[in-house]
Ligand binder design. Sequence first.
Ligand SMILES: C[S@@+](CC[C@H](N)C(=O)[O-])C[C@H]1O[C@@H](n2cnc3c(N)ncnc32)[C@H](O)[C@@H]1O
Length: 259
Amino acid sequence: MASADERNEAWEAWKASPWGRLRFALIGDAIDEAIAEFGDRTLRILDVGGADGFETLPYAIRGHQLTVADPAEGFFDRGREAAEQLGVSDRVRWVSAGLEELPMAGDTAYDVVVCHFVLHYRPAGSLGADVATLSRLTAPDGVISIACPNEAGLVLRTLTREGPAAARAELDETTQFSHTFGHDSQKVGREEVAAALHENGLVETEWMGVRIANDLIVHDEMKHDPVYFQQLLALERDLCRRDPYRGIAALWQLTAKRL
Ligand SMILES: C[S@@+](CC[C@H](N)C(=O)[O-])C[C@H]1O[C@@H](n2cnc3c(N)ncnc32)[C@H](O)[C@@H]1O
């Protein structure tokens, strides 16, 4: 298991990578769209497993009230520093807690709940309870955004990089390996999550596939070229909500609404 410093380092490197930047740009589009529906209202936003708040701090800059919850407090120092520099510390609450500990005492429901790349780190069998918790934290008329790695994308990625035997093994595995954090995690399907949300009174409104083109291109070096990167990002944006392309992306993201 990686140390806190190693995790921080791996996280910083991943955020800065072309594939990390693609992920933040595309899923950022989805959060922006969900938030635009609320008009000018100041929103209560909860980022579950939000690490250093890299993804959601921009919404505090826009005037919203942000709560970042994460059990790995090691990420908070950098987040607090960024919030301070951005002049938004008074609008950001850092809560040292895992999803399974939520809601915290005094928590109300939130207008926007973000839970990106967390559910697959939870133990096998906990998805139903986790989705129920996230749903309870979502206010009436509120929206939730959930994202996880996509099995089909992982199998194809393994095929293009390691060949058919490795892809076959990936397909048969019930777990998957996190290269950024160096340990195994669960496979969590979008359909399964959408069905669990539905059971809890939320309806999926949109979903996207992230890193469709990126992961088909085995040679990573050229993705660092700014012009090439912009072409790749534009193509990803064109494909991310289209069938059949989105079904083979490396990652899935869904937005759901409590009616
Ligand atoms: C891959 S990072 C994702 C960070 C951020 N949500 C994003 O998508 O950019 C996974 C995060 O989940 C957090 N995490 C791990 N177990 C968790 C749990 N039980 N509840 C909430 N967060 C958890 C980790 O500490 C880490 O910050």
